[in-house]
Design a protein around this ligand. Sequence first.
Ligand code: ZN
Ligand code: ZN
Length: 346
Amino acid sequence: MRAVVFEGVGRVVVAEVPEPVLREPDDAIVRVRLAAICGSDLHFLHGKAPLAPGEQIGHEAVGVVEAVGPSVRRVAVGDRVAVSFAIACGACWFCRAGQTQLCEDLGTLGAGIFGGGLGGAQAELLRVPHADVNLLALPEDLEDERALFLGDVLTTGVYAAGVAEVGPGQTVAVVGAGPVGFFAAQASLARGAEAVYALDSLPDRLVLAERVGAVPIDVGARNPQMALAAATEDRGADVVIEAVGHPAAFETAIDVVRRGGLVAVVGMYAGERVEVPLGVWWARALDVRFAGICPVHAWWGRAMEDLRAGRIDPAPLISHRLPLEQAPLGYELFASRRATKVLLVP
Ligand code: ZN
Ligand code: ZN
């Protein structure tokens, strides 16, 4: 079968690889109908996250179940499904508590040996372990393109607004209007936020945020703290969702939140550090929460209902649809920010 394969820093190719087979009784094989390129795929492309040459890549997909092992119960051959990017066991203490992102045996699709040596979703076929846990059967009224992001960025946005406990009447600031920020803004409005401010410096992202009802703030042209103060009688945002994963973005989040407000840190961090003035945060009574990786399995049901009800619309995000064979071009467009989201059709 054909699959996108990492060749080395800066290079992916579409290559012939062996077809995946059922290995465990709870595995499923999914025939991919649509895959997407994600920001975290670029970490591999740029060598910021380790991936060995020859390994498959990609973790966002919808497809049709082609085969299931004998112990699979909740999905059947022929079902159309979304795939979770995070592969959880469904049976450990954390999974049973709904915190599947903390699973004791957590894997990630298309992330090489550090992701558990699983295949990639940018391929014709994909093996999905613990299929009952990691596949979500899709209703007929939900087309592939609308369902595609349920396994990752869309549900992460819904989770972000949940961690932030966004509620009716609140003023929300979303730092970073990339795909997660785009969905977090919509999820915040879906939860009744009175106003959502999207903070970014990239014009394309600000236009997208505005299209789904957020107020764009170009942080390159306007001081975000003053912009939020002006919108809230000088208080600042009730809730801030940090969807970047950079110390500068984290500091912006702390700057724009009001006293007694809540900051949800959804952006991904590794070795970064910031100084915390404990007395200042204490006196401001800040509530700072770290979201960690999204427990997709606990939230994708809710995200699917938001989609079906039209409260969340992924369509504006999709800028390119390419055949799988043109994946290298897709990576180039996405890496150079000429694309907001690239879909690959096997
Ligand atoms: Zn992703
Ligand atoms: Zn588990």
